[in-house]
Design a protein around this ligand. Sequence first.
Ligand code: HEM
Length: 407
Amino acid sequence: MTTDAVPLTGSSFLSEPARLYREMRRDHGSVTRVLLDGGVPAWLVLGYRELHQVTGDPVLFSRDSDLWNQWDSIPGDWPLLPMIGRKQPSILYTVGERHRQRSAMVSDALEATDPFELRRHAERFADELIDAVCTRGEADLIGQYAMLLPVRVLARLYGFSDEEGPGLVTALNDMVDGQERALAGQSHLVTSMTALVADRKAAPGDDVVSRMLANRSGFTDEEVMQDLMVMLAAGHQPTADWIGNSLRLMLTDDRFAASLFGGRHSVAEAMNEVLWEDTPTQNVAGRWASRDTHLGGRHIRAGDLLLLGLQAANSDPQVRTDGASLTGGNNAHFSFGHGEHRCPFPAQEVAEVIARTSIEVVLDRLPDMDLAVPADALTRRPSPWLRGLTELPVRFTPTPALGGDRP
Ligand code: HEM
């Protein structure tokens, strides 16, 4: 299955993945053979209709990674193991009725979060981070802001202490990017999460962890722990990238220039446009075929791995017939997935509040900010999975810190 396969690594993902997806579709069709790190074969589902088919049929296209027909050739130190794990008993790899119960446990625990309190936490941490840079007249809105914010807020909702935030950020970034520090990152997260679960068992509080431990569906501490790991990893990085990609759009595109001076409506527009055009979660691993089947004219063998090409499907010419915007208030994109394993709705709301609040705070606090480098000098992290900037340097008129006194 390797003859016309495209490597899912390399510099094309740094700059213009949209073009690469268009070329893949043109040359290989809407379901394409790809090669992962180490030449491991998989299918990338690029078509909107095909992706709908895959995510809408969790029995034929299962989340059960044990089905994979490549396990015999996967080395123990394969860098993608934390992402495409075997026998990881988390919500991601659970199927059927047990998955539905698990999804309900996660959704209920998140849904019980008071949206006003969530907004207050997001605002408080955002202000703290801006306080640390506002007197200097320059900042990197990725490294000093977006990458530090969602994890702070999520950690607060889950029950972590604020001091643990930076360590968790580094570990998460290493893990989700699937490079050489991925396994060390995962191990740091497991240790921190295990300690938090033990603490909350001993002294429950009004937080996500305590609510999940109190769930009556009979999940073990280990299972709750695994899901919390997923909720932290799946929650932090894409939300940080949603913030960064939206701020980049607002700073580089004239259509949004006016909103830098207070038009809040455009924040929502920029965020929605990013989900269509520059989505944080570009590709997801994955689904495994539970039997031989056909998809997009391809013969898929039982046990083959299918990767969900969310960005490719969002820009599928079959649904984007005018070649331009389906954006506006339209949210029929695939950026949060689809079907039983999609991002739980309360998680999407949490992400939205964190991202919107953080963008509004930075616009409020640094109203005359401007890019400090030419737009084409901005670079992306080298990952085909999550799309985000390495830096977003801005300049602004220095302003005094608030020190906790938001007007
Ligand atoms: C911009 C922010 C986010 C994006 C783009 C995003 C995207 C996604 C996508 C595409 C999936 C589907 C994966 C699949 O189909 O296999 C997913 C699943 C998931 N997300 Fe999110 N997510 C975001 C934020 C969050 C947040 C803040 C949380 C938690 C607080 C979260 C928790 C989850 C969980 C638990 C799943 C697994 C669902 C399951 O397998 O049943 N996500 N997310």
